[in-house]
Design a protein. Structure first.
Length: 191
């Protein structure tokens, strides 16, 4: 699927779940005033769109590609059958959904109790992977606007924090990637 394509929209029937072979996407929603909120970033190796199948409900959010993506589609009938007959699949889905619930609880807590700079550092720490040279990288082409929608602040605040961390040699960034020199320093720096 091409960048900016929607996999599904809020209100759509949940006929399938999805597995990301390559690329990354966001699961998002919109307020009554039309303001976009990003709930999750999903990347290679992750599945999504299962909760509404389990609950037999329509989609509660939208999913949009943030890059070109290769996505496998799994029919809801297959998911329901596997949940009932395959303990391994049931366990994987239960563990994943439980981890995501705990992650969302932390995010709500952080939105209420932590500064925007701390929330940004925490999100970057969640998205990074070891680069093999002692640094960590985020290869996703996330815009400052997208990061602001994840942490609930303005794009200008994100820009100011990224520049601050770059000037203090905690991160390097450009339009294509972010390199974190030290996750510990990044998380210790804010506030």
């Amino acid at each position: 699927m091409k960048k900016n394509s929607f996999i599904y929209m809020r209100g759509d029937p949940a006929y399938s779940s999805f597995y990301i072979e390559s690329g990354f996407l966001k699961v998002c929603g919109f307020t009554d005033l039309g303001q976009e909120m990003t709930f999750y970033i999903r990347k290679k190796g992750e599945f999504f769109g299962v909760a509404e199948i389990i609950l037999n409900e329509r989609r509660q959010s939208s999913a949009q590609c943030l890059s070109d993506c290769q996505i496998w589609v799994v029919n809801s009938v297959v998911i329901r059958e596997k949940l009932l007959t395959d303990i391994t699949i049931s366990s994987i889905i239960l563990n994943t959904i439980t981890r995501r619930l705990i992650h969302q609880q932390k995010m709500v807590e952080y939105l209420i109790t932590k500064s925007a700079s701390w929330r940004l550092a925490w999100v970057l720490a969640q998205l990074c992977v070891p680069a093999g040279d002692g640094t960590y990288k985020i290869d996703m082409k996330l815009t400052q606007e997208e990061l602001s929608k994840i942490i609930g602040c303005s794009r200008q605040t994100v820009s100011a924090m990224l520049n601050h961390w770059r000037n203090n040699r905690i991160i390097e960034y450009n339009r294509h990637k972010i390199v974190i020199r030290s996750v510990d320093k990044l998380l210790d720096e804010p506030d």
